[in-house]
Design a protein around this ligand. Structure first.
Ligand SMILES: [Zn+2]
Length: 736
């Protein structure tokens, strides 16, 4: 395991609370760190310093409002009784795992049950609250329900499962929160609390951005929860199997911070959580300590409140929010603009079923990883009858890049709530990347009664045809450019070749596959040329490219393979495959245990003879660089050059060609059809002395042999070549 990649935490100062300067040094997280709040908030404001003061202002205003509310409540509790006190939050749980079915509906329900008990103060283990803290035990009016319909109005059980290797990376742009990176897109955050249950990088159990984080996209709002610390059954693992990670994270969602204060685990006694009835606490608590537990802030019993949900104790130890925390959460829910809309959400009312309601669910063809050769595609679309009446006809409309749609009238017989895959009329487009909007209209010949679910979008790209030779130096900012394309067999969209400008053989950039950070063992990422048009009758086809690669250790070498396809990616032949020391350019036997960036001397040019695949064939060839991941280290390529050669007629008739003749410093010997029978070459001067000599084992000579004679005198030289089956003598003239 790559322990060097452990997450580090920069202590965050949420400034509203006292914050000691000088704590801002990197420190390793304690083993079993529960929550990424500090990590994500600190990282966010490091990336967006412009939002920091606005965030502080909002938090200060919130704190003032909260304290005003507490004073009013103390003065006249009855005034603050709500007419309809219970506030139920619709929840959608996105399960993003290679096999998301391992988190069952029952497991999800077990978490909802925990939340409803914990937030109501009806948790059975509240009997464990020490008598000294019973007086501040808080019981909130907040409850949770699984959504009963999705944002388009479709019936739902509030659980979305995405089969994906995508792992949560705590912070903004978390790939688990986006379908484009193999995650699951947030549902409308005004109507739903989004919870992503997934595998989390760095061993975190959960994280959540605080409310009122300025500039935070809607798509990032919600709770991320490790699948091993969710619910009470199934994949939940002790000691985090009582559902309290989610209880804790939703505390952050309602603007609670950790009980020891805003800073990291080793805070100080002057550092507050903004809540009056939680004891000051010097640091976070792990495990299952015995009561009472004292620290430097509370030196005598009852000590600190380590059994509070906003500490880090084991799930079985946690058992309360305080009344102050409950008031703070309810103030957040009822006053913060990014939480109050939840109070009027209809997310937990059953879906409205219309009589006539066709919907477009998804585009099944073209898939994301196919190469499209040619200009015509036949989209295949999954449609659903979301209405209560049998669907006998519907119009399917496909619009590419915003152009006028191609419409297809479909006569079908689709039962209520059934789905089917239908084909569109052919759509034509050109080389390059395209967006496709697909929508249904006129179900059973009338206007659709629910337009919210009519449309789905997709992207595809058409491989263009390029004449050889081609060169690619990856200098174009967009990537892949010049009709190159990416592909991979993993649902992790981050697992792709990317253009980087921190390493290059020449120019300013190269293409990199990040095997150091991406853990997709056995997964492959392809970087493909456009279709290369090879004329009939070529004699050789070669590719050269520059390469830099390092090994993390002996056991995790990734593989670079070059594949060639002449049937538009249906089948591939391997032309080059290297791993381990054969791939390594960093230095024989040397390892790199950090994120590898090559220096200029670490680039090597490799040559791939593509002749066997192209000889005697015409048509279009796609050359593919395939990285096969083993979670090792990075591979870079640059300055790719694919060229074909058609030999002069003379070389074909005589079987060899020496050119140029006369020459000045170097000439080339070419053989046809190959140099397989060549055993030796000797160059003699006019008095019979050998000036250049090479011998070859049968089958090893290149059929393009440069002979450098820059350091001999001008004059006539004899070329003497011995083959297995013949001897050739020729003459060549050197000029000054
Ligand atoms: Zn936390």
């Amino acid at each position: 395991m790559k322990t060097a990649r452990g997450i580090h935490l920069l202590w965050i100062c949420l400034t509203l609370f006292s914050c000691v300067e000088g704590l801002g040094q990197q420190a390793s997280l304690p083993t079993g760190e529960r929550c990424g709040l500090g990590i994500v908030m600190e990282k966010y404001f490091r990336q967006h310093p412009e939002y920091k003061s606005e965030f502080e202002k909002r938090q200060q205003a919130f704190q003032a409002r909260y304290e005003t509310m507490l004073r009013q409540k103390a003065a006249a509790p009855a005034l603050l009784q709500r007419a309809n006190a219970i506030m139920t939050i619709p929840v959608v749980v996105h399960i993003v795992l290679p096999d998301p079915s391992i988190v069952t509906d029952d497991q999800v329900q077990s978490e909802i049950d925990v939340l409803n008990a914990d937030y109501a103060g009806l948790n059975a283990d509240s009997t464990n609250i020490p008598p000294a803290f019973k007086g501040v035990f808080g019981k909130s009016q907040i409850r949770f329900c699984l959504a009963e319909h999705d944002p388009t109005g479709e019936s739902s059980n509030g659980i979305v499962r995405v089969s994906s290797g995508t792992v949560s990376v705590a912070g903004q742009n978390d790939p688990v929160k986006s379908s484009s990176s193999g995650g699951s897109d947030a549902w409308n955050i005004s109507k739903y609390l989004n919870i992503w249950v997934c595998d989390m990088q760095g061993g975190l159990l959960g994280y959540c951005f605080l409310p009122q984080t300025p500039g935070l996209p809607d798509a990032e709002v919600g709770v991320v929860n490790n699948y091993t610390a969710f619910g009470t059954i199934g994949t939940a693992q002790a000691p985090y199997d009582k559902g309290r990670t989610t209880t804790h994270e939703i505390g952050h969602y309602f603007n609670l911070i950790h009980i020891w204060g805003a800073s990291g685990c080793d805070a100080s006694c002057s550092d507050s959580d903004g809540v009056a009835d939680t004891p000051n606490q010097n640091a976070c608590t792990f495990g299952a300590p015995a009561f009472p537990l004292t620290d430097v802030c509370n030196t005598v019993a009852p000590g600190i409140m380590f059994m509070n949900y906003m500490d880090y104790s084991d799930d079985g130890v946690m058992c309360l929010f305080t009344q102050g925390q409950v008031d703070r959460m309810e103030t957040a829910l009822t006053t913060l603009p990014d939480r109050t809309p939840l109070l009027s959400s209809d997310g937990c009312t059953p879906a409205i079923v219309y009589n006539i309601d066709a919907s477009a669910k998804s585009v099944s063809e073209p898939g994301k990883n196919v190469i499209i050769c040619g200009n015509t595609i036949v989209p295949k679309v999954v449609i659903k009858n979301s209405g209560s009446t049998v669907l006998s006809s519907v119009k399917l409309n496909v619009s590419v890049d915003g152009q006028a749609p191609i419409s297809t009238d479909l006569n079908i017989n689709l039962a209520p709530f059934a789905e089917m895959t239908v084909s569109s009329n052919p759509v034509t487009s050109s080389g390059g990347s395209h967006t496709m909007k697909v929508y249904t209209s006129l179900p059973n010949g009338i206007a659709d009664q629910n337009a919210a679910n009519d449309t789905t979008n997709s992207v595809f790209s058409i491989s263009d045809i390029k004449l050889t030779p081609i060169t690619e130096d990856f200098e174009t900012i967009s990537f892949p450019a010049n009709f190159w394309s990416n592909g991979n067999n993993s649902s992790n969209a981050a697992f792709n070749w990317k253009r980087v400008s921190n390493a290059r053989h020449s120019g300013t950039a190269s293409a990199k596959i990040d095997n150091y950070n991406l853990n997709v063992p056995g997964g492959y990422a392809d970087l493909r040329t456009p279709q290369l048009q090879v004329p009939l009758g070529i004699d050789s086809m070669k590719m050269t490219f520059w390469l830099a690669a390092a090994l993390y250790d002996n056991n995790t070498s990734d593989t670079l393979e070059v594949l060639i396809s002449n049937d538009c990616g249906q089948t591939y032949s391997s032309a080059y495959k290297k791993w381990g020391q054969a791939l390594n350019t960093h230095g024989n036997g040397l390892f790199v245990t950090s994120d590898y960036i090559p220096i200029s001397s670490e680039w090597r040019q490799d040559t791939v003879d593509l002749t066997p695949f192209a000889l005697g064939r015409s048509g279009n060839f796609i050359v593919t660089f395939r990285d096969i991941n083993n979670y090792g280290n990075n591979i870079y390529i640059d300055d790719v050059n694919v060229r074909t050669r058609t030999l002069p007629a003379r070389v074909k008739s005589s079987g060899y060609l020496i050119s140029p003749n006369p020459f000045t410093s170097q000439f080339i010997i070419q053989n046809f059809p190959s140099s397989g029978n060549l055993k030796s070459i000797a160059i003699y001067n006019s008095v019979g002395q050998i000036v250049w000599y090479r011998t070859y084992s049968l089958g090893t000579a290149d059929n393009y042999i440069p002979v450098y004679l820059g350091n001999v005198a001008a004059g006539i030289y004899n070329v003497h070549m011995i083959y297995k089956d013949k001897v050739v003598n020729d003459r060549i003239v050197k000029m000054n």
